[in-house]
Write a protein that binds this ligand. Structure first.
Ligand code: CS2
Length: 478
């Protein structure tokens, strides 16, 4: 990097739009996806949709962006090169734990009409297998007692309460996380929490609030120091918080906003529909399902990134087999969609060598991801009398991974809200089959009767995995 590179800063000429959106969970994904759509929608059709970003935990993003006037670079990585673009749609960033009361005040401002969220699967404090609010979650216990919330559902409920008390309309809650029926899911946890705090508030939210479902898609690996240095070399300007992303993007949004108030997302290429479900199912099962399968098995086989994994012919054949033989046959396509073409395009996206998406990153939080990504397809396969050995092997891969030791006896840094319990179940198992039975007993992940139905197939897959190792177990399937 040029040692004297000047720091990126906001362009002075640019007038700031008024604030219309608060985004909870300001990670790389939203800055490389939703924020770009909003910026383009305003460029095309106007409106006051400036964004306040909120970090629910760490000040790191705010600290990096503040000296840059909250401008940052979104770098499109194509196989043939990097294409940077400066984004100025963020007005400022709040760090929730530093000033929870200030956050609620910001959310209560009548100019804020939409709250978008990327708080990851676990941020909704729900039970993955049922979708219901987890009342035993420490943050929910806290938020029931204390008006200054810690959890995303708590922030939404307390902010909606403040708006109701002030006589304002509610904001639309627009979730952008990879969860099935994500709109109804966030509505459910918000109403459940509100009901316990103030039933009148819950009635008002149920009547007046809107929680559109969405399908979001763009591959955005965590930014690394190498990314920062490469960008500074390319542009001669230092940005300490850029985001890197693939060319592809898709956003399908249920068109159901409070008073119809929203940016002109269609002008930026988003698809507004009445029912997101088939798009969500397609994306969660075809993309995220195979991402997780490749993450566990690829990691165990020693592959660092998804691109490295699918460059291995055994894994390329494996993922193509998952799509053709196991996932697509039990999926209802969205209107006018050719699923085989969609999956072909996915393969090319995975193979993009300029995107270094680590298997370890995708392997995170598997207990929160498996139900919608893989188990839903397995459930439909069983109902249709079909076999799905590749997906069974993927679940077995997760079971091996959460044991915390790789195929060469090296420790794995397992990140998962259930990590300790999963590890204890693995360590306490008498033999490999016993480990599978113990993990299938984790009801937050494996609902009955699916767990019982999966047991024989997953034990078989797990035993092959232990005997052969991930790479040969994958090969054996094709
Ligand atoms: C990935 C997703 O980290 C993960 O679990 O599967 O972040 C994936 O890259 C995005 O959903 C793509 O839209």
């Amino acid at each position: 990097m040029p040692a004297d590179a000047p720091r990126l800063n906001r362009s002075i000429a640019q007038t700031r739009p008024g604030i219309g959106i608060v985004h909870l969970g300001l990670g790389a994904f939203y800055r490389a996806h939703g924020a770009l759509y909003v910026e383009e929608a305003m460029a095309a059709s106007g409106g006051h949709w400036g964004i306040v970003g909120v970090s629910l935990r760490s000040p790191a993003t705010r600290d990096a962006l503040a000296p840059q006037g909250y401008a940052y670079t979104a770098v499109e990585r194509r196989p043939d090169g990097s294409h940077p673009r400066v984004v100025e749609v963020l007005d400022h960033v709040l760090v929730a734990p530093e000033d929870p009361a200030g956050l609620i005040a910001c959310l209560a401002h009548p100019g804020v009409r939409i709250v978008t969220l990327t708080v990851t699967e676990k941020g909704y404090c729900h039970e993955p297998a049922t979708g219901r609010l987890d009342l035993a979650h420490p943050d929910i216990i806290h938020d029931l007692a204390d008006p200054l919330p810690r959890s995303a559902p708590g922030v939404l409920v307390r902010a909606l309460a403040a708006r109701r008390a002030a006589g304002h309309r509610p904001f639309t809650v627009l979730t952008c996380d990879n969860l099935p029926h994500n709109g109804p899911l966030v509505r459910g946890v918000v109403l459940d929490l509100a009901q316990r705090i103030d039933p009148g508030l819950a009635d008002w939210i149920a009547r007046e609030g809107r929680f559109p479902a969405t399908m979001v898609d763009r591959i955005v690996p965590a930014t690394t120091r190498d990314d920062i240095d490469a960008l500074a070399r390319q542009t001669g300007v230092l940005d300490l918080s850029p985001v890197v992303h693939e060319p592809f993007r898709q956003w399908v949004v249920e068109d159901d906003f409070v008073d119809g108030e929203r940016p002109d997302l269609a002008a930026a290429g988003a698809t507004l529909v009445a029912d997101v479900t088939p798009f969500e199912d397609m994306k969660l099962r075809c993309l995220n399902g195979t991402h997780s399968a490749l993450a566990y098995l690829g990691y165990l086989a020693g592959h660092e990134t998804i691109a490295d994994t699918v460059a291995d012919p055994s894994f390329a054949a494996y993922v193509k087999g998952l799509w053709a033989n196991e996932i697509v046959p039990v999926l209802t396509p969205p209107p006018d969609t050719d699923l085989a073409a969609y999956c072909g395009q996915l393969f090319d996206r995975y193979a993009n060598p300029a995107i270094r998406h680590r298997t370890w990153q995708i392997a995170m939080d598997g207990s929160q991801k498996l139900p919608q990504r893989i188990l839903a397809t397995l459930d439909d396969s069983l109902a249709a009398g079909r076999v799905a050995p590749g997906l069974m092997l993927a679940v077995a891969g997760w079971m091996r991974y959460v044991g915390g030791v790789d195929e060469n006896g090296r420790p794995i840094d397992v990140r998962d809200p259930l990590a300790d319990r999963l590890r204890a179940l693995c360590d306490g198992a008498a033999d490999p089959a016993d480990r599978v039975r113990a993990l299938l007993g984790v009801r937050e992940v494996f609902a009955e009767p699916l767990a019982a139905a999966l047991e024989p197939g997953i034990i078989t897959a797990y035993l092959r995995l232990v005997e052969l190792g991930a790479r040969r177990a994958v090969e054996e399937l094709s």
